[in-house]
Design a protein around this ligand. Structure first.
Ligand code: UD1
Length: 429
């Protein structure tokens, strides 16, 4: 298993480029199962989750070539409708194959998903939406078993206790694209990844209107033909890099930043006192002035993304004064707090929030990554901290960032990747 050894306390400077979005890639790959012809995806990030999705599609009979940059998928010969536990357990987005399989083949058997341990993650909205389209759904042996002679358009609501669901909206939208008649999805997720999936499906012959707003109207079509899509840049990676500049009190430039998708993040950074200048897709982030504590609440889009909440916590832990962090999307997503405490952060859970008393400096420590965005927060804290940190279980980080440590090294960080077993052996011998 790989680990990262981080020498903290170095300023960053220079330019980095954002990769394609993980969360935009995975639903589009899954939706390719509903397509009769070849699909070409460009700007695909080389991530473990993308490789896992490719394996899942292959296990169903699709051909998938390339795993980074340009990925070609052909689902013409797909016959299988069973998405096995071994693959779906590795990645939450595995559940996105449910809608496409059901729409194209009238049945699907998909393992209940895994993914990051960030609190309770039900899939009732996926099932409710597909049931509204006429699917008969039951849970059997850890699998969702869905059957539908014919899917029929319907008017449905996808609101849950914490807002809508991104992947449920993707699942239902793809199924409705091939259903008979018209579907209206109320309380749909408005995240850019939903809009980019709709753009992809429309290019392949679907008739979807309103994706990116809370009401999506879909008129079913007979079939989807082949086509291509360029994956949008990753808004969470861009936000993580911007917070890296802020936490090290540095100035960097971020190329290919999807600035239209980062309005709330940019505005929050500016409230903190970070100077953010935007020129087209180039973001200049400068944090060489005194920063202010602030309250942050993660909300559904266009609010602050829950996927940046941990990184904001790391930053606020280094800004003297009191900040309060709340996550309205995943209220228990505070697993990173215990590792930040080990670096000297002052954090206190208070009900649904975490109160952060910022300190002048964090200190390097041995750390254990516990989920994808938590590991990004630890890496950010480690590059800012005094002394050395070792971050174990970085496979969590690799699920969602393309060699983030290389990108940070390129602008002045000092991070080494090595094998945990080798390092342990060196220490012992
Ligand atoms: C997606 C993202 C993930 C991000 C999350 C929220 C992908 C592959 N992953 O995950 O990175 O953190 O959106 O922006 O795109 N919920 C229900 N019932 C459901 C489904 C969800 O109550 O059937 C709840 C969840 O527990 C959570 C909220 O809805 O409180 C949002 O979850 P959801 O949008 O579904 O997250 P994902 O789509 O899994």
């Amino acid at each position: 298993m790989d680990m990262l050894i981080v020498e903290g306390g170095r300023r960053l400077s220079g330019r980095v480029r954002v990769h394609g979005s993980k969360n935009a890639t995975l639903p589009v790959m899954a939706a390719s199962l509903a397509v009769d012809g070849p699909v070409t995806l460009n700007n695909v990030p080389a991530l473990v989750d993308v490789i896992t999705m490719a394996q899942l599609l292959r296990s169903l009979g699709a051909s998938v070539s390339g795993t980074a940059g340009c990925v070609k998928i052909n689902s013409q010969h797909v016959e299988g409708v069973v998405a096995e536990y071994d693959l779906v357990r590795q990645m939450r987005a595995g559940v996105c194959v449910l809608g496409p399989l059901l729409a194209r083949f009238g049945s699907a058997r998909v393992s209940l998903p895994g993914g990051c341990n960030i609190g309770h993650r039900p899939i009732d909205l996926h099932l409710r939406g597909l049931a509204a389209l006429g699917a008969d759904i039951r849970i059997n042996g850890g699998y969702v078993v869905a059957e539908a002679g014919t899917l029929r358009g319907a008017e449905l609501h996808l609101e849950g206790p914490h807002g809508s669901s991104v992947t449920a909206t993707c699942n239902v939208m793809t199924a409705a694209a091939l259903a008979h008649g018209r579907t209206i999805v109320h309380c749909a997720a408005k995240e850019p990844e939903v809009a980019s999936l709709a753009a992809f499906l429309n290019r392949l012959g679907a008739d979807i209107d309103g994706a990116g707003t809370s009401t999506i109207e879909i008129t079913g079509v007979e079939h989807l033909h082949g086509g291509s899509q360029t994956i949008v840049p990753d808004r969470i990676e861009a936000a993580t890099l911007a917070i890296a500049a802020a936490i090290t009190r540095s100035e960097i430039e971020i190329e290919e930043a999807p600035v239209d998708h980062l309005v709330s993040v940019i505005s929050k950074l500016r409230e903190i006192g970070v100077d953010v200048k935007v020129t087209g897709r180039l973001m200049n982030v400068n944090a060489d002035q005194t920063l202010r504590p602030i309250d942050v609440t993660a909300l559904p889009y266009p609010g602050i993304p829950t996927d940046t909440q941990a990184q904001f916590m790391a930053l606020l832990a280094t800004i003297p004064g009191t900040s309060v962090i709340t996550d309205s999307v995943f209220p228990d997503r505070f697993m990173h707090a215990s590792e930040l405490l080990r670096m000297g952060a002052k954090l206190q859970r208070a009900g649904d929030s975490t109160v952060v008393e910022g300190v002048n400096s964090l200190s390097g420590a041995p750390l254990m990554a516990c989920d994808l965005r938590a590991s990004a927060a630890m890496l950010l804290a480690a590059i800012a901290a005094d002394g050395e940190s070792q971050i174990r279980r970085v496979y969590h980080l690799d699920r969602g960032y393309v060699r983030l440590e290389q990108k940070l090294n390129q602008i002045g960080a000092r991070i080494r990747r090595c094998n945990e077993a080798h390092t342990l052996h060196r220490h012992v011998s």
